[in-house]
Design a protein around this ligand. Structure first.
Ligand code: PLP
Length: 414
């Protein structure tokens, strides 16, 4: 069973619809992807037949426990965690990060140092800034290289010293797609005893994560960015699982991942997560393990996404009115996801997004919470960028439609 975008597309009701009798073009995947039928039906099946809480002496409660356990195993396979106990769930990455930052900062001291980056979504900056402020610790922000919007490793590595408690980095920028060499930063941070907290929300749909290979301390992602429901996953390295003291209600469980989970989880979202990981793993021999099927499937997504990036870059070459931020060299595509940030001369990003939106072409505009990056590029106050993000369900024909619409728009401003 081999992946093709067209085979994948058949599984998504949203991609078949017409709005005002016209096809729809979803290039807003970095903001949230569409959802396949299998995920939709897993969620309604759970809610329609088993909706219950944990710990009851009856079938639907037992089923709910089974859903939670299976969801942990699915997330374990997706991230290659050592054990399902290293997986915790929460409503979204932002809430989990505020929660974990509170627990992690308990023992920070005045003048400790915390490092964040300008490449990051502010969900991985503000929680650390605020926790540092509470403790009188310093925040240092690593810069980006402006010419290609990659992380300035020299700057970041120079910031790491023996006062550093934690380095919060993104795995890939949600604005320019720049991928970060996480392992390099983990090695430098661990050498001084600092922890590394990785935001993999943007990366997760594009590359298969291996937390054991990265050796990071924490890694977060959100299922609604990889064809699943609104639900976030945090990986906590075994060394922190029992040591960290989360803020929680008594007498809730004191062992295992449940220690980190407050209140009732969205069980329907967990049912959806199981189905979304199965969706991701489907383009491989079904007799293989889930992790191996994920590996085979992601290798095919990667090929397709690289081709989309190459095609997009070839269409954009020579377009004088378009300024593209980020890696543009086709030989460096391994260092980026197919997420593109651009501006068009003399039209504000919001105007471009509005005009495209009229043709059912969904793109994002603004800073997309990557304020550090937009500030360093000097475009924060002038509307940020237009973000065009491709997922494996997008096609070259869709990119053609996008460029037809962009050309019409640019001709209008001659
Ligand atoms: C890179 C990145 N990090 C974090 C977030 C926040 O994720 P959540 O909506 O799960 O809080 C987003 C959301 O757009 C994101 O793109």
């Amino acid at each position: 069973m081999y992946f093709t975008a067209n085979e994948a597309r058949k599984q998504f009701p949203a991609l078949q619809q017409k709005i005002n009798n016209r096809a729809v073009y979803f290039f807003d995947g970095p903001g949230g992807t569409q959802v396949p039928e299998s995920v939709l039906s897993a969620m309604t099946h759970y809610l329609g037949q088993y909706n219950a809480n944990l710990g009851g002496q009856f079938f639907s409660s037992r089923k709910t426990v089974a859903v939670v356990n299976k969801a942990r195993q699915s997330a374990q396979a997706l991230l290659n965690a050592n054990s399902e106990d290293n997986i915790i769930f929460g409503p979204n990455m932002t809430s989990l990060t505020f929660q974990l930052s509170r627990a992690l900062s308990r023992d920070w001291q005045v003048k400790d140092e915390i490092i964040v980056t300008s490449l990051d979504h502010y969900a991985n900056v503000s929680p650390w800034q605020q926790a540092a402020e509470d403790k009188g610790a310093y925040i240092r922000q690593a810069r980006i290289n402006e010419q290609d919007c990659t992380l300035d490793y020299d700057h970041l590595l120079a910031l790491i010293n023996n006062k550093t408690k934690l380095v919060a980095i993104t795995y890939a920028s949600n604005l320019t797609g720049s991928i970060v060499d996480v392992q390099r930063i983990v090695n430098a941070a661990h050498a001084v005893g600092a922890l590394v907290y990785v935001d993999a929300v943007h990366y997760a749909a594009h590359g298969l994560i291996d937390v054991q290979a990265l050796d990071c301390d924490f890694l977060l992602c959100s299922a609604y960015k990889f064809f699943g429901p609104h639900l976030a996953i945090a990986y906590i390295a075994p060394r922190w699982l029992q040591i960290l003291k989360p803020y929680k209600v008594e007498p809730a469980t004191n062992s295992g991942p449940g220690r980190f989970e407050t209140g009732t989880l969205s069980f329907e979202a967990l049912a959806g997560l199981i189905a979304s990981v199965e969706y991701l793993a489907q383009w491989a021999d079904p007799s293989l393990s889930l992790r191996l099927r994920l590996q085979h499937s992601f290798a095919q997504y990667h090929q397709h996404e690289m081709q989309l990036s190459r095609y997009f870059l070839s269409k954009i070459a020579g377009q004088e009115k378009i300024t593209l931020f980020g890696i543009t060299n086709p030989s460096q595509l391994e260092q980026r996801t197919p997420t593109f940030a651009l501006r068009i001369t003399a039209i504000t990003p919001i105007k471009v997004a509005q005009e495209l939106g009229r043709s059912n072409i969904c793109v994002w505009n603004g800073h997309c919470y990557a304020q550090g990056l937009c500030t360093q590029l000097g475009i924060l106050d002038s509307g940020g960028v237009i973000r065009i993000g491709f997922m494996h369900y997008n096609t070259e024909q869709e990119i053609d439609q996008l460029f037809t619409a962009l050309t019409t728009l640019m001709e209008g401003i001659k």
